[in-house]
Design a protein around this ligand. Structure first.
Ligand code: ZN
Ligand code: ZN
Length: 410
């Protein structure tokens, strides 16, 4: 891939992504395959005035060994320093970036129970750290970089070098990095559209959303009172505007954890802890999954639903037009960052406190009281299709069309 385009992408992550402030510290967690790109980001961050840039590399092969060889007691142990090294910087005003390079099958043969034990332990220990992202206490962003194995999954019919090149092309197209155009300006213009759409959705204050399509989805999603739609850029508590996801095509809000009824059929596979779950559905009653099945990965899905008592309820409902760039690419990326932006999606587990008016200042108990779901997990799954219809209830019995045939009509 052309160095100039990669550099533009790195600059986009620093400028539009975290929108690093002068003299701010940047914490980067990067997958080991991204060394070259991560170095570019570090350079761009210092160029943008970073005080200090810290990189922690993550290796999915080491993770696989961890699940294979460590016993459950060891997996339950999270050492204070592992949390504190991040928390210390975050408390002092750092922002954070995650640079992923997925290996969708890396943890395929790992014991789902062991992975659940580790996920729960890390989830509990890092609650305070996660507040920085979940409640946008600091600016944060996530970007993705190809690797050969991932490219081979997305483009199985191409020779390795061609596949890698194709994945770079597809990614850069989805994040609007192209020759001769400043992506920072494209992102700025697109964000204005997002903010208009959000303002419109907020003005209706829908009580419920009704989703239907020919795949078999017939789902009624109650929304919390005084919910707020989010999408595009956000403003962190330090008043800096940032883009949490590169790319992004979604607008989203918080479902009421007890008011979801009906059936939702997934339209794309879900990758959870390195496992692929295919052709699955959930049936909801009083907000909780009461029945589910999957053609592939049912056991992993069961472990996920059993994570805690809130993991069977929804924490996010997101609208993504079928004509979005990612959807039109026709690619299945096997990673949520891209696939969730190709399709309307829901998430099981925690909701974003910012999706409720005043939610960021509320305690866990207050949030739950208002119908906001609080869980150790937040797992997105896709259910949008080309024939998705969505209606919103603006007053009892009054339904407003939001989506027709997969796209916005509101
Ligand atoms: Zn989402
Ligand atoms: Zn989500």
């Amino acid at each position: 891939m052309k160095q100039s385009l990669c550099a533009a992408y790195a600059r986009l992550a620093v400028k539009s992504g975290v929108n690093l402030s002068e003299q701010q510290t940047l914490l980067i967690s990067a997958d080991i395959d991204t060394v070259e790109f991560t170095r570019m980001v570090v350079e761009q961050a210092y160029e943008a005035g970073a005080r200090e840039v810290l990189v922690t590399y993550i290796d999915s092969e080491l993770e696989r060994c961890q699940y294979r060889y460590q016993d459950e007691e060891t997996l339950r142990e999270v050492h204070d320093w592992q949390i504190d090294k991040q928390l210390d910087y975050l408390k002092k005003g750092a922002c954070c970036m995650r640079i992923i390079s997925p290996h969708p099958n890396a943890l395929k043969d790992c014991d789902p129970k062991k992975m659940a034990i580790r996920a729960r332990a890390v989830g509990e220990a890092s609650k305070e750290v996660q507040e920085y992202t979940l409640a946008s206490k600091a600016q944060w962003t996530i970007v993705a970089v190809p690797n050969p194995e991932w490219a081979a999954m997305v483009f199985p019919d191409q020779v390795p070098e061609k596949a890698l090149e194709s994945l770079w092309d597809a990614i850069l197209k989805c994040v609007y990095v192209e020759e001769g155009i400043d992506p920072l300006i494209t992102w700025q213009q697109r964000d204005e559209l997002f903010q208009q759409r959000i303002a419109k959705l907020n003005s209706y204050a829908f009580q419920r959303l009704h989703f239907t399509n020919s795949l078999g989805t017939d789902l009624m999603v109650g929304l919390v009172n005084r919910h707020v739609w989010g999408g595009g850029s956000e403003v962190a508590q330090n008043n800096v505007r940032f883009n949490p996801n590169i790319p992004t095509e979604e607008v989203f809000t918080a479902p009421h954890k007890d008011r979801v009824e009906g059936r939702v059929v997934a339209s794309r596979p879900l990758i959870y802890n390195g496992n692929v779950i295919r052709n699955f559905y959930f049936t909801f009653s009083h907000g909780k999954v009461c029945e589910f099945d999957a053609e592939e990965g049912r056991e992993v899905l069961a472990e996920m639903l059993a994570m805690d008592e809130a993991s069977t309820a929804l924490g996010e409902v997101a609208l993504v037009p079928y004509d979005s760039a990612i959807s039109q690419s026709g690619c299945l990326f096997y990673t949520t960052l891209f696939d969730e932006n190709a399709s309307c999606h829901l998430a099981l587990g925690s909701a974003y406190p910012a999706c409720l008016e005043g939610g960021i200042a509320m305690s866990e108990e207050e949030l739950k009281d208002k119908g906001i779901n609080v869980s150790l997990i937040h797992v997105d799954f896709m259910f949008g299709t080309a024939d998705m219809d969505v209606k919103g209830e603006s007053a009892p019995g009054t339904w407003v069309p939001i989506f027709q045939n997969g796209n916005f009509v509101l």
